[in-house]
Design a protein around this ligand. Structure first.
Ligand code: SAM
Length: 405
């Protein structure tokens, strides 16, 4: 029986020196309306979490774009299992081991359950089509996410009619989370673009890589882009290395994640442009004295959107997996009407509110996202939007080559 040892990371309030004071009555223009004393705050993965619960800004209610992305990739996932899965020891009547599946970066909400169901249906179909007479194995599914994830909501929403044992494993997928050679099928959707941390270099005040006044690398000098790309490479390597340790014989790994067009500049990703609208909104609020400029200067998103080749090159360089299939899928973003802009804004709020609140204070969030909605709608009318008007995802199916110790 496979036993998972949940990783437990203690998370202390990062901003224990924070003090938020409403100062709108004071008539001194440079003083921000929400004045917050805080230390420069580098976002680390321990503080990443999607909005929990099932309220209007929860990830549960605001993950339709990820759902659409998974729907587009569903047939690729089923076919890849059909063509690549070796059921080996599970044909043997004496086998007592469960078929183990992990969803890395599951979050809350319906998407993880839908992906698990697709995997399960496809694996079971494989057993059926190979006319295996022996007893089918039991299925064990682990839902993995960071410690800040709302696992309570996740487990309350588990499908009542599920045909698998379920468990949660809290911890970073940049580390080994399961015993050696214990996982048969690995899945990760819309999670690998989240970095382990904002790169150290972009936090170095007054250095060439200091990302002052920006929150992404879209309008940054090359040095900043390189720092983000290097962090992404280190993180993907750590992810692959950990998965290669955990993967059982004949195991498979599916990665679905946002990417940008081949050969395009790092800024040419619609998703990064959508995040950049948040930077413009925060910039406006700083200019109007609503939030402090220093806080905008010290805030950066721990996100990088690669090309498919970037990821392929990393996999090849690591050598522990062979690439069985790579596809890029597309669907249109929703911004072009005020209602669409609001929907996108709520999706971004569901993903970013936790880290934004920690940095700027929860009292700015409603106003920030009201303004952000308007900014997104304005952006949809610009040539920059029409030039790259599609959301692009990378689907990658990997098999293990050898264990890398
Ligand atoms: C956008 S959600 C995607 C959720 C789900 N897979 C889906 O398709 O809707 C990304 C999730 O990845 C998680 N995540 C980010 N970095 C992680 C890490 N290092 N380890 C585990 N989970 C991580 C986040 O906490 C978040 O819940």
């Amino acid at each position: 029986m496979v036993t998972a040892i949940p990783t437990c990371i203690l998370s202390f309030g990062l901003l224990s020196t924070d003090l938020t004071v409403r100062v709108s009555q004071i008539d001194t223009p440079p003083m921000p309306r929400y004045f917050r004393l805080s230390l420069p705050h580098q976002i680390m993965e321990e503080s990443i979490a999607m909005n929990g619960g099932d309220g209007p800004y929860s990830y549960t209610q605001n993950s339709k774009f990820q759902e659409a992305g998974s729907d587009v990739a569903k047939v690729l996932l089923s076919n890849s299992i059909k063509e690549n899965l070796q059921i080996g020891k599970f044909c043997d009547d004496s086998n007592q081991e469960p078929f183990t599946i992990v969803d890395y970066g599951c979050s809350v909400g319906p998407n993880t359950f839908a992906s698990i169901q697709t995997i399960l249906d496809s694996v079971q179909l494989k057993f059926k089509t190979q006319r295996i007479k022996s007893k089918k194995p039991e299925f064990l599914v682990f839902f993995n996410d960071l410690i800040g994830n709302d696992f309570n909501t996740l487990f309350q929403a588990l499908p009542a009619d599920r045909k698998y044992f379920a468990a949660g494993v809290a911890g970073s997928f940049h580390e080994q989370l399961f015993p050696k050679a214990s996982v048969n099928f690995m899945h990760s959707a819309f999670a690998l673009h989240w970095l382990r941390k904002v790169p150290d270099e972009v936090m170095k005040v007054d250095s060439v890589t200091w990302n002052k006044g920006r929150i992404t690398y879209v309008r940054s000098p090359d040095e900043v882009v390189k720092a983000y790309a290097a962090q992404f490479s280190r993180d993907v390597e750590a992810f692959l290395k950990s998965r290669s340790m955990e993967m059982a014989e004949d195991g498979l790994l599916v990665i679905l994640m946002p990417c940008r067009p081949e050969g395009s500049a790092p800024a040419d990703s619609i998703l990064m442009q959508v995040f950049e609208c948040l930077a413009y909104t925060l910039g406006d609020m700083a200019k109007e004295g609503i939030v402090s400029e220093a806080l905008v200067d010290s805030f950066n998103l721990p996100i990088f959107i690669p090309t498919a080749s970037d990821v392929k090159d990393l996999v090849s360089k690591m050598g522990c997996f062979s690439i069985e299939e790579v596809e890029e899928t597309y669907y249109p973003p929703k911004l072009s009407s005020p209602a669409d802009a609001r929907l996108t804004s709520s999706h971004i709020r569901a993903a970013m509110e936790v880290i934004l609140s920690k940095h700027f204070g929860s009292e700015v969030i409603d106003e920030l996202f009201e303004r952000y909605t308007a900014k997104l709608f304005e952006f949809s009318k610009t040539p920059a939007f029409t030039r790259i008007e599609k959301l692009e995802n990378l689907f990658m199916f990997l098999k293990k080559n050898a264990v890398s110790e």
